[in-house]
Design a protein around this ligand. Structure first.
Ligand code: AMP
Length: 177
């Protein structure tokens, strides 16, 4: 993987959406064909031999590479969305954020017991969102769940809150918070 290409094209927006956050803007990678291809190949190479049958993308930046990867892997794609967005019967999971709580939902019939699932999002910060997604998918009892990110903010130690069997991987690790 050409890390230099990806890192040199990743835009950082200081103080977005609130003061103190260094926002890593993955749309600066998505818009450039060369970077999009690099992300697609890197994720495919990581997961091509894992027997994945469903890629679960977390709304909304997790949909982009999640859907692309599902196509490459001949797997299905499943969205995890904010409350009230999915039309059929859902199950939900709530989790604590710095201020208050958030909830995410998945269609109840999206995952079957013989599925091997890869959860995908753009970025791992504290891990709260992806762990809630992990717990949500776990309720549907698939054979295995793996978790992938484009970027990991290592300093926040988000990967430590996942159970050992979760197999968390990221393409780019950044020190920053
Ligand atoms: P967390 O639950 O703390 O791991 O936050 C992860 C979610 O928030 C992901 O969906 C990210 O898209 C978003 N996020 C959190 N921090 C950042 C950041 N510094 N730059 C870009 N996105 C972020």
């Amino acid at each position: 993987m050409n890390k230099e290409l990806l890192l040199s094209n990743l835009r950082n927006i200081p103080d977005f959406p609130i003061p103190g956050i260094q926002f890593k803007d993955v749309t600066s990678l998505f818009k450039k064909a060369e970077c999009l291809k690099e992300l697609d190949d890197a994720l495919y190479n990581l997961y091509k031999d894992c027997g994945i049958t469903k890629v679960v993308g977390i709304e909304s930046r997790g949909f982009v590479m999640g859907a692309a990867l599902a196509l490459r892997l001949n797997a299905g794609f499943v969205p995890i969305r904010k409350p009230g967005k999915l039309p059929a019967e859902t199950i939900s999971e709530s989790y604590s954020k710095e201020y208050g709580t958030d909830t995410i939902e998945i269609h109840k019939d999206a995952i079957e017991e013989n599925d091997v699932v890869l959860i995908h999002d753009d970025l791992l910060a504290t891990g709260g969102t992806a762990l809630a997604a992990y717990n949500l998918v776990q309720k549907l009892n698939p054979k295995k769940i793996m978790v992938s990110f484009i970027i990991e903010l290592e300093g926040l130690k988000g990967r430590e809150i996942f159970p050992k069997e979760a197999d968390v991987k990221s393409l780019l690790s950044l020190d920053g918070e």
